[in-house]
Design a protein around this ligand. Sequence first.
Ligand code: PLP
Length: 223
Amino acid sequence: MTTRERYIAVDAELAQVCESAGRKRREVTLVAVSKTVGPEDVALAIEGGACDFGENRPDQLMGKADRFTDAIWHFIGNIQSRRIRDIVGRAALVHSLYQERHARKIDEIARERGIVQDVLLEVNVSGEQSKSGLAPEGVKALLDACASLPNVKVRGLMTMAPQGDLEVARKTFAGLRELRDALQGDYPDLTELSMGMTDDWREAVAEGTTIIRVGRAIFSEQF
Ligand SMILES: *Cc1c(COP(=O)(O)O)cnc(C)c1O
């Protein structure tokens, strides 16, 4: 299969999985994670109907977002202070904010540019040592800090599940949804849940995800 065909296949399966879960396809955004491929494959995914792309390195985001200006770009990688300038405005949505100092810097640069940057807060729901993100108990404090930053808008939460056990993944996704639901009374704009990747997006759809981030199933020849 080609990248174009793999994108079409994932998109079609997503429609089916949404239907089985009693959800509407339009409730879930499919982000094609193009971090391992070049612009040729981005173009092929676009031919297959892709609109949203994810990158985890600022230089890759810059190169591709500036070339494919009609696509919607998502930043899903580790945030470094000195690269925030390259991300703000280029990424329609930053999925991986978890430090207040980065929130302040994003706010400052977005203000200079006269824009409001949409972000998600990354949460380490599973508690794995190797994973970055806020502890669930820390989410409220960062939401409160962001509430006083006029050029940063928190749209929801993001998590990564432990790999290798779909039951554990599903519990992790349920945990993020429950956290979002519990916070939504005080923070009504917290509508998005970014959860689910190549191996576990079906579980995420069942648990209410609104954004899945799929890389290998679209861009790897092994799929
Ligand atoms: C690479 C990556 C993905 C995509 O992973 P696949 O398993 O290839 O689908 C999703 N989210 C983040 C944060 C990533 O770094």
